[in-house]
Design a protein around this ligand. Sequence first.
Ligand SMILES: Nc1ncnc2c1ncn2[C@@H]1O[C@H](COP(=O)(O)OP(=O)(O)O)[C@@H](O)[C@H]1O
Ligand SMILES: [Mg+2]
Ligand SMILES: [Zn+2]
Length: 462
Amino acid sequence: MSPTATEVIQGIMRARAAQKEETHVHEDPDSGEDDCSDEDAVMDESRGPLEESGCTHTEESEEEVDDSVAEDMARFEETFKGISRRFRLINRIGEGTFSTVYKAEDLNYHHYQNEWDVDEKSNMKWSSPPTKRQAAQKKHKARFVAIKKIYVTSSPIRILNELELLHDLRDSESVCPLITAFRHQDQVIAVLPYFQHRDFREYFREMTISDIRLYFQSLTTALRSVHEQGILHRDIKPTNFLYEPLHARGVLVDFGLAEREETDWHQCACGYDPQDRRARIENSVHSNSFAAATNAVPSYPKVDNRPSRRANRAGTRGFRAPEVLLKCTQQTTAIDMWSAGVILLTFLSQRFPFFHSADDIDALLELTNIFGKKRMRETSLLHGQVFETNIPSYSENGHGFEKIILWCTNRSGRDSSGRRVASLSPEEQEAVEFMERCLECDPARRITAEEALKHPFVASAV
Ligand SMILES: Nc1ncnc2c1ncn2[C@@H]1O[C@H](COP(=O)(O)OP(=O)(O)O)[C@@H](O)[C@H]1O
Ligand SMILES: [Mg+2]
Ligand SMILES: [Zn+2]
């Protein structure tokens, strides 16, 4: 029998309570033993690129709360017993597919050890010991947290997974640590340090190449620490990387779709050595039917008895790597590097979202438009899939990124002899070179986070 939400969360709380020196997780003493339906682990959900509102409120605007938000917060305080004794809700700061996030003041900050507080740590490192008055003032300084209210419709397994991975990543650089978690009946909240950041849509057009280098230094640092632990984030995109351009500092959030590498792996053709793979392709149903077709048009078996292929395809449309779209059954941390490449493409093209597809097929066609039919055929075969399209406008070899970026940034004009007037600056070319390493269709050849930090585009960030 699969566990209910209550059992799973209680399980985490007991396990965590046992690990004293680690993150504290508090169990709500008033909680009942309510059941919550267990849903299947979602294999194929795809978030829309614009579904999340990643808005950030500045300190000045924080008290201006919309009536509807105030009502929502009041309801939350009423239904989640005891929360107002611990936190003062300030505003709603994010609404995603699986949660609502609130900014709140931690009323009991000084009663706990706060190893997670990076600001406090860096202050301690740099400043001289406080005077008595400063110490008293510090005590009264408001400490903010982000309260992530996970929707009750989320499966218990998923909630457990998110909290567990956050716990495992507690010492990872540039990853938002979990302070604690609470449950009241079927409602679970995760408490995280509040990170001041700006909405990506506000700043992505203003970033110079030097700024973008710093952004990627911060993002790849976070990815390296996640990947080092053998964890795939699965949903790398701007709203999940909270970045403050002013301080060139970012933290990775949202491990709602993350998983450990090799979870649910089945042999995929990409795991065979190239010779073996070629032999298998030659003997495949597709090749045989193609060879048998007189007019060289492939045919399809009328009754296809092969089991349908299942693979985790969770992520956000437009940021998913080709192997995710092609249902590769041995996905690796390389999928996150692809998504990082899409973020870079957004900066360089100044288009957000860059990809905007209705479904997976559409998403594959968007990639075909850029990479060309030849590369898509090769990439598909790599995972034992056959790619075919009869859309005549797609070229065999696709388009280079330089051309795409010039076109997107209205620099594609030509002189009277047909020569392109503009070209990318040397700095932009270096960025494109790095992006091509992230947007490598073959995951085995894609740059890793570790290598990315040594790439001249990222390594020279100052
Ligand atoms: N620690 C935090 N500090 C500040 N804002 C946060 C924090 N965590 C989340 N947010 C805001 O809430 C939004 C949604 O949070 P996220 O964890 O991505 O939830 P979801 O799984 O619903 O996407 C983020 O895009 C961000 O704007
Ligand atoms: Mg999110
Ligand atoms: Zn594969």
